[in-house]
Write a protein that binds this ligand. Structure first.
Ligand code: G3I
Length: 672
């Protein structure tokens, strides 16, 4: 999205920025509006305007508020910015090509009908195998134990526990392996022990004589070498431990029929609440311990249902139907063994359909209230929501409630570019289609992070990483720059204990990777709002001791940074609001904008309540609204159904899309 004309009213209470925005296709006539719901863009008749609110049919059309104010920071000591060398040609890794382009979906396989969606090329991308354990490793024998102790513990005074008589193991698939674990401590006492990670269907049982037995029947999928680790705990000093790994070599038996054929199961599908009249989508899949793909049959399809094979994964069956009446819909599904058709498993999958009225929300939509302040209030969209049972409700509720959306996982490197030269654009393309339909602005997340990197990048030669980094930034920005207003250019560069996180990027380029990434982002998306995004910096932590000197150094280098993203993953008993206010102000004093980028407020049962959670949401919003430089507040999701912290119900709608006290607390604060 390009900001083509700006006039900023500096009166704090107005804090509005009147923009002329050029959407991808054409410049729209601009008429500024410094108050009211106008977003400063007169795009009457624009297909992006949301239709009347399907969740609240009688609600008026809504528009987001004015665009957030943006402006490059004032650089106190301008140094000539170091120009980046041009990107290499040919590129360091194969560039996106026409064969990566998504295509229209022309089959009834999505939950969305209000805007069109695309799908990636029908190409199966297997998770990259990480470098495994080799035959040589196995032949070398059992690896030495890894001894761990607290800092300063004198291991010379106390011999570490160990397992008597333990060795590597070798067995044919289909046979049962039993390994006795007899922990010994030469200083006397009986060590404790626990397995680090059991292979599927393996057991580690107590013999009630100080020993335990590891029991496992490896199958076809386990052929190869599997490490198995058990930790022995010193009887006197529990922090003094020995992690002992054995290597288990599983061979294919001469006669495969000696491997028992287990019945397949239909994979469980999480409970969902859906809305009557919406398409409901179920991706049904079976699994089989013998590592084959069972076929799936829908025994009791709802009326009018379609059942289609997935266009890439033949093991997935796509069921789509439209519930016409409220109630629980039970669907019996059967999985049939790939080798023996008489071997089957069944499961009943239930979906709860509620009438439209059940989702009507009282009061004004949060986006309308935010829009009156020229403020952005939004969420992060779960990956491929349109393939999920409640995708239609998800899209409509979020589309009409908020006015800014982040990609939770859709733009991460391991999804977008899993192998050199392979690109999966569809999910981010579809998120942008969602945003255009409901008139959201898009928050691109993340460009450069240390997590969710594809294997080919994690294992790339260090000398190649600068160009890989710059090319990925450029590819994201070139494809999405016109539709993404804000970028998390660098995500989580600071170590928990302070100092720079020792990511592959830091190891390859030192702290300069941050400046280089921002410069590349600016070169590739000249109008993007560029953020450094971090967690645990909104209150005083070892990270904030690194953050502010880092920001100073970036500003001194004229790094093109526009703001700081405060993730704010917190708990319902959070109380450091003064520090949040102070840290926001410290960033504002640097001439940088503030974005609350990933707010969620976890509830620990018995410790905090939904009312405590509501208070925290309202306090954070209040601090942001009172800080002129705070431009947006985004929640990391919006329904507990898809939260990464789902078991602590951290969001403002529950899993059945009902508003929680936190929703009303936000509504009330915005309405003040
Ligand atoms: O896409 C794969 C799927 O193909 C596979 O079948 C499935 C099971 O293994 O995994 C799927 O990938 C998961 C991905 O979310 C998409 O659902 C990863 O395993 C899972 O680790 C990943 O978790 C994400 C997490 O970042 C880790 O990167 C969370 O959804 C996401 O909410 C969370 O978000 C981060 C922000 O990006 C940065 N700030 C912190 C925040 C919380 O960790």
């Amino acid at each position: 999205m390009h900001l083509v004309g700006v006039s900023i009213s500096t009166m704090p209470q107005l804090r509005t920025l009147v923009l002329c925005l050029s959407m991808t296709t054409a410049l729209t006539a601009c008429s500024g509006s410094s108050s009211g719901g106008g977003d400063g863009v007169t795009n009457a008749g624009d297909s992006n305007q949301p239709t009347t609110d399907p969740v609240n049919p009688d609600a008026p059309d809504v528009n987001p508020g004015d665009e957030p104010t943006a402006g490059p920071p004032v650089n106190p000591n301008p140094e000539p910015p170091a120009a980046l060398a041009p990107l290499p040609n040919p590129a360091t890794s194969e560039s996106p090509g026409f064969d990566d382009e998504p295509s229209n979906i022309n089959r009834p396989v999505t939950a969305i009908t209000r805007y069109f969606l695309v799908e990636n090329p029908a190409r199966r991308i297997e998770p990259q195998p990480t470098l495994g354990i080799t035959e040589t490793d196995f032949a070398t024998g059992m690896p030495p134990a890894v001894i761990t102790a607290e800092n300063g513990f004198d291991t010379s005074t106390n011999s570490a526990p160990y397992f008597d008589g333990l060795t590597n193991q070798e067995i044919d698939a289909g046979q049962v392996l039993n390994v006795l674990y007899k922990p010994v401590d030469d200083d006397g006492g009986l060590p404790g022990m626990f397995p680090n990670e059991l292979p599927e269907s393996a057991t580690f049982t107590d013999n009630f004589d100080g020993t335990k037995t590891f029991s496992w029947m490896p199958l076809q999928g386990d052929i190869g070498i599997t490490p198995f680790t058990v930790t022995a705990v010193d009887g006197d000093v529990p922090s003094y431990r020995a992690e002992q790994t054995i290597l288990i070599k599983v061979n294919a038996p001469a006669d495969p029929s000696t491997i028992p054929n287990f019945p397949p199961v239909v994979n469980e599908v999480r409970e969902h609440t859906v809305r009557v009249g919406d398409p409901v989508l179920l991706e049904l899949k079976g699994s089989d311990r013998n590592s084959t793909y069972p076929s799936v049959e829908v025994l009791t399809p709802p009326p009018g249902a379609t059942v289609l094979p997935h266009y890439i994964f033949e093991e997935i069956t796509v069921l789509r139907f439209i519930p016409e009446t409220p109630g629980v819909i039970n669907i019996d599904v059967l999985a049939r063994d790939a080798d023996d058709p008489n071997l089957t498993g069944t499961r009943t999958i239930s979906v709860t359909a509620e009438p439209k009225e059940a989702f009507a929300l009282p009061g004004e939509r949060l986006r309308a209230l935010a829009g009156e302040r020229g403020f952005r209030l939004g969420f992060a969209a779960v990956q491929e929501f349109y393939y999920r049972p409640d995708g239609a409700l998800y899209s409509d509720l979020a589309g009409l409630e908020f006015n800014i959306v982040s990609a939770e996982n859709s733009m991460k490197w391991d999804y977008i570019n899993p192998e050199p030269g392979t690109f999966r654009w569809a999910d981010a393309d579809n998120l942008i289609a969602f945003a255009k339909h409901y008139n959201h602005i898009v928050h691109g997340h993340p460009m450069i992070w240390h997590r969710q990197l594809p294997i080919w990048i994690r294992e790339a030669p260090e000398a190649s990483l600068e160009m890989h980094m710059r090319e990925f930034i450029d590819r994201l920005a070139v494809r999405y720059g016109d539709d993404v207003a804000i970028w998390d250019v660098i995500n989580e560069p600071i170590a928990d204990e302070g100092g720079f996180r020792r990511s592959i990027w830091y190891n390859a380029m030192g702290e300069d990777y941050i400046d280089i990434a921002f410069r590349q982002a600016r070169d590739s998306d000249p109008d993007g709002i560029l953020l450094l995004n971090e967690y645990d910096i909104a209150w005083d932590t070892p990270k904030t001791e690194t953050l502010f000197p880092l920001l100073d150094s970036l500003l001194l280098k004229s790094t093109p940074i526009d703001g700081v993203g405060f993730q704010l993953h917190i708990d319902a008993n959070f109380d450091k609001f003064d520090e949040v206010e102070a840290n926001f102000q410290k960033v504002a004093d640097l001439g940088l904008d503030i974005y609350v980028t990933e707010l969620d407020v976890a509830i620990t049962a018995g410790v905090a309540t939904e009312e405590d959670q509501a208070t925290v949401y309202a306090r954070i919003l209040d601090i942001c609204l009172n800080q002129p430089r705070c431009k947006a507040l985004q929640i990391w999701g919006f329904t507990d159904q898809y939260s990464w912290r789902r078991d602590q119900n951290p969001l403002v709608f529950d899993s059945a899309y009902k508003p929680k006290p936190a929703y009303f607390a936000l509504q009330e604060r915005l309405a003040q």
